[in-house]
Ligand binder design. Structure first.
Ligand SMILES: Cc1cc2nc3c(=O)[nH]c(=O)nc-3n(C[C@H](O)[C@H](O)[C@H](O)COP(=O)(O)OP(=O)(O)OC[C@H]3O[C@@H](n4cnc5c(N)ncnc54)[C@H](O)[C@@H]3O)c2cc1C
Length: 460
């Protein structure tokens, strides 16, 4: 195979094997038959042909943030896409075309040079491809909808080995499937998406002692009913690990953390240029005022460059062993709040790093015109429980605490979850309504008839 591939091919016999097979989620112990790092779509095509000849599956991975549901990868060729790293910004068309291995940090920096912003999620080291294949909930999600609804073209090598360009007019079923239906049909090599003329944003974090969990969660939930779609926020019951590299005020502490972003008017030319930052921030500050009135012990909200949004949520800056899972919630009534606080509030010794609740709704609730398989999200909130899992014993504790949180809130699950926050194997019926699933299965048959490609959430 190596003779037909320009990029690196690594097998278990090679010295770099352990590094080559390692996912971002260090807890995922991946044992594929070979790892390929393609440098072109032709390399991907050669890898798929080889897999076909040897009856192997093909799995693509940009980082391995969602490695947990993939299993051990036995009988697979793992395609690591980091080498597909091109970033081409078109400031006139307000688009950016990125290779499938690009991380959000890199595209965010490239766009910022032109005063533009992409719809990145909270963690800068998440891959653009995996995020968009599942949907993409950014800090502008309630005003702009899912990031994948702003994808305009996808280049990919299908499971049956064709190099295709998919957009609204060409290969439109593939284009539909890849925007929210996961990577089940093809190995994506490049994605073009819209960029936005947003330089700055009112963003930050409010921290409260975990002892105030019930009161703050109740107040935040009430606040989410009042605000408009300019604000996208998250609330976490957070136990910060005692890591020496963290600042002292965070290290080993327990908080309720509310963070996120509120869109502001962008300073333009002419009369707009005269508007001061304080004037431009005024509406955002007024939106946040009821939460500030609760008296946080830390308040970092303020006007900041949109390119620094990746710092707001304090996601781990590099690979970690972790376990977590999530569900979409149709509502968060008093009884649900009580159950969450019972399981992760101040009176328990929880192994969970965080129980997070992200506010959905706004543009996320409305099907995006011309959107893909996932063009909106179900429910008012996205619940996600996660822990760091350095040992199998801790992993078992985290898994059981995660399950307890999901079980305790089951009566408010909306029935259809967001695939990027499901880190366990789940039936596809939990991820897609019946009509969408039928269409995704037809796309799978059309583009990967032999079932060569395996992805985190299969549709069969
Ligand atoms: C710390 C953290 C923070 C997060 N924050 C957010 C957030 O704010 N908003 C949000 O929406 N999500 C968030 N997520 C979830 C994240 O979007 C998913 O884990 C996403 O799948 C990661 O994409 P990836 O490419 O980095 O991961 P990978 O694990 O590499 O890929 C994810 C899936 O996509 C498939 N895939 C990857 N590349 C390709 C390709 N080229 N062709 C075909 N299939 C491919 C993989 O096979 C896998 O099934 C977060 C996750 C973590 C761990």
């Amino acid at each position: 195979m190596a003779a037909h591939i320009e990029g690196a091919v690594t097998t278990p016999a090679d010295a770099g094997w352990d590094a080559a097979r390692q996912a971002w989620n260090v807890a995922a112990d991946q044992h594929p038959d070979a790892v390929i790092a393609p440098s072109s779509a032709e390399d991907v095509q050669a890898a798929i042909r080889f897999a076909e000849q040897h009856q192997l599956r093909v799995v693509a991975q940009s980082t391995g943030h969602l490695a947990a549901p993939l299993g051990d990868l036995a009988g697979s060729i793992l395609i690591r896409t980091a080498g597909l790293s091109s970033i081409d910004v078109d400031p006139e068309a307000l688009t950016v075309r990125v290779g499938a291995g690009v991380l959000w940090a890199d595209v965010t920096a490239a766009l910022a040079e032109h005063g533009l912003m992409g719809l990145a999620g909270s963690a800068p080291d998440v891959g653009v491809a995996g995020y968009l294949l599942g949907g993409g909930v950014s800090w502008f999600a309630r005003s702009h909808g899912l990031a994948t609804s702003h994808v305009t073209e996808i280049e990919a090598v299908t499971g049956d080995g064709r190099v295709l360009r998919a957009n609204a007019d060409e290969e439109s079923e593939l284009f539909h499937a890849l925007r929210g239906g996961g990577g089940n049909y093809a190995v994506v090599t490049a994605i073009t998406m819209r960029a936005f003329a947003v330089r700055d944003v009112y963003a930050g974090m409010l921290l409260f002692p975990l002892e105030r969990a019930d009161e703050v969660l109740t107040a935040w939930e009430a606040w989410t009913r009042e605000i408009d779609e300019t604000a996208t926020t998250s609330l976490r019951l957070l136990r910060v690990p005692p890591l020496p590299e963290l600042p002292e005020f965070l290290r080993g502490q327990r908080f309720v953390a509310i963070d996120g972003a509120i869109a502001v008017e962008q300073a333009g030319g002419g009369a707009d240029a005269a508007a001061s930052d304080a004037e431009r921030s005024a509406a955002a500050a007024a939106t946040l005022a009821p939460l500030r009135a609760l008296g946080p012990i830390v308040d970092t909200f303020g006007l900041m460059p949109a390119s620094r949004l990746g710092e707001v949520h304090m996601d781990p800056p590099g690979p970690v062993p972790g376990g977590g899972d999530g569900a979409n919630l149709s509502d968060l009534p008093r009884a649900a709040i009580e159950r969450i606080v019972e399981l992760a509030g101040p009176d328990v010794d929880s192994p969970l790093l965080a129980v997070e609740i992200r506010h959905l709704g706004g543009a996320l609730a409305v099907p995006a015109p011309g959107g893909g398989a996932v063009d909106s999200l179900h429910g008012r909130f996205l619940l996600y429980a996660v822990g760091i899992t350095p040992t199998p014993e801790v992993a078992a504790m985290v898994e059981s605490a995660t399950t307890a949180v999901l079980d305790a809130t089951r009566e408010w699950h909306s029935g259809i979850d967001y695939i990027n926050f499901r880190e366990s194997q789940v039936a596809p019926e939990r991820l897609y309504p019946a009509a969408t699933l039928t269409r995704l299965r037809a796309a799978k048959k059309q583009y990967d008839p032999a079932g060569r490609i395996h992805s985190a959430h299969p549709v069969h």
